[in-house]
Write a protein that binds this ligand. Structure first.
Ligand code: FES
Length: 194
């Protein structure tokens, strides 16, 4: 009897698994497949939209940043952003200017005077990228209470590069001074960088 119950009559196919009843596994697969497909579709549509909203490289390269420097007291600095890079704007004290001027430029790794790194008549305004020229870390020294390093300018904690009050490399592995971007004074209190 047991054998007979398992036999399938000739000409009839065995019923598929759970045919005619709810098969949760099959339904779940269909749902997941549909959701996944919708997800791919959404990403395919959204990505071009996001990419359209991002500035292209050439637009970014032409962008400028306007900075209000009226609140930066002598001895203070601010951190801003220029073309997605950190930017330091520093108002040097007469003492810091004196320290920079006292350096024998020919002894420097990247010889430059403070005058060459600032605008005529605005020697107290040191504007540089906040990007260490060694491997690109952001040096300390622009923020309140941050370590300015042994030369009183900026100090890169990654590998110990020390910059002076003119942002010139004085010690450590960085090969160049902190870069000075193009900028212009719109007035005594507003600078456009770029
Ligand atoms: S990245 Fe600044 S010292 Fe290496």
């Amino acid at each position: 009897m047991a054998m007979a119950e398992q036999e399938i009559p000739l000409g009839e196919d065995p019923a598929p698994y759970h045919e005619g009843t709810h098969d949760p596994r099959r339904r779940d697969f269909i749902n997941i497949a549909a959701v996944s497909f919708a997800g791919v579709g959404a990403v395919a549509i959204v990505l071009p939209l996001i990419n359209q909203m991002n500035p292209s490289a050439d637009v970014l390269a032409l962008s400028t940043t306007e900075i209000d420097i009226s609140k930066i007291a002598p001895g203070q600095a601010i951190k801003a952003s220029f073309r997605k890079q950190p930017l330091f704007v520093r108002n040097l004290t007469p003492k810091e200017i004196g320290e920079a001027d006292a350096v024998d430029v020919s002894s420097l790794r990247d010889p430059q005077t403070l005058e060459e790194r600032t605008k005529a008549g605005k020697k107290n305004w040191l504007i540089t990228l906040g990007v260490c020229t060694h491997l690109g870390c952001v040096p300390l020294g622009a923020g309140e209470g941050e370590n300015k390093g042994p030369f009183g300018g900026y100090f890169c904690p990654c590998h110990g590069s020390a910059y002076d009050t003119a942002g010139r490399i004085r010690q450590g592995p960085a090969p160049q001074n902190l870069h000075v971007p193009d900028y212009t004074f719109n007035s005594d209190t507003v600078v456009t960088v770029g």
